[in-house]
Design a protein around this ligand. Structure first.
Ligand code: AMP
Ligand code: ZN
Ligand code: FE
Ligand code: FE
Length: 287
């Protein structure tokens, strides 16, 4: 008999409601297959998938943590704020979501236009088809470019056209960090800094300074365990979180087929996220 003494979770996952390839129900089923005790749904700028995921969690015996991932203004790099366990139907928060979703819809046709100017023949209709009713994001552009043979991989699509600074890139964030924190806190949710490696910091001292500023605005946790963090960076982040009194959390940023090299709960293969991360978030939420 095997005794499962350790429990694991994944607190950062995308579904077809944004740019992942599993429906919320499929994601929860996969979490169960992977032996995870808990999984969070954190789609980009939408909470559409949460009800289905929570219902599936009840049926399949997987704890579902209801979340969201907001894209936030931060010129040096990519600042994403995860929100967990809020009452997301509050009007103030819904207004924030509508604002970011509108910024996305304004951006998509402009990116299509840029690509057409660059000689790439794509249309909004094709993109909508690729997104299957979910919110359109750059990974859909990337998959369309691959399907059309313009590039040979999603990676190449980002490198040549879509990444920050590339010719078809158009920024979409409209939310200031304090608006994101306040929006999440105002519905009783817990704001957590996503994938700190992507912030564009010059050194760890700068990164620490930013985290302190965001804590003043209401930040309550740091995603220390993450697919792209090496063990030394993970350890440093855990130390930072402890020094600043912030929760330690973790997630793979699973997107299914849209990011085939990232496995649910396991990232690039060696990721493990202790269940204690769920407890840290739940403790903050109750306060
Ligand atoms: P968007 O929200 O439309 O700006 O797109 C963000 C999504 O694109 C996130 O899910 C990222 O994981 C993905 N992404 C960003 N940069 C890259 C990259 N260089 N290669 C692959 N995926 C990326
Ligand atoms: Zn994504
Ligand atoms: Fe992100
Ligand atoms: Fe993400």
């Amino acid at each position: 008999m095997t005794i499962q003494s350790e429990r694991w979770c994944d607190l950062h996952c995308h579904t077809t409601c944004s740019d992942g390839s599993d429906t919320p129900r499929e994601l929860v089923a996969r979490a169960r297959e992977a032996g995870l005790a808990a999984v969070a749904v954190t789609d980009h700028d939408t909470v559409e998938g949460l009800a289905q995921a929570t219902a599936a969690g009840g049926e399949l015996g997987v704890e579902v943590v209801e979340g969201v991932e907001l894209s936030v203004l931060h010129p040096p790099g990519n600042l994403h704020i995860l929100g967990y366990l809020g009452r997301w139907d509050q009007p103030g928060f819904q207004a924030i979501l509508r604002r970011v979703q509108e910024a996305r819809s304004n951006r998509n046709p402009r990116m299509v236009e840029r690509l057409r100017e660059l000689g790439v023949d794509i249309s909004m209709d094709e993109l909508r088809e690729m997104a299957e009713g979910g919110q359109i994001g750059r990974p859909h552009f990337a998959r369309l470019l691959v399907a059309k043979g313009v590039v040979s991989s999603v990676h190449e699509a980002f490198d040549r056209y879509l990444k920050k600074g590339a010719p078809a890139y158009i920024p979409k964030s409209v939310l200031r960090p304090e608006e994101a924190m306040e929006g999440i806190v105002s519905c009783g949710g817990v704001p957590v800094l996503a994938h700190p490696f992507s912030l564009g910091h010059r050194d760890l001292e700068e990164l620490e300074g930013w985290v302190e500023e965001w804590r003043e605005m209401g930040l309550q946790g740091v995603e220390c365990y993450y697919s792209e963090h090496d063990p030394a960076f993970t350890r440093w982040l855990i130390g930072l979180a402890r020094r600043l009194g912030l929760a330690v959390t973790g997630g793979s940023d699973y997107h299914g087929r849209a990011k085939p090299h990232i496995a649910l709960g396991r990232g690039r293969g060696d990721l493990r996220i202790p269940y204690s991360c769920v407890e840290e978030i739940r403790r903050l939420c109750r306060q």
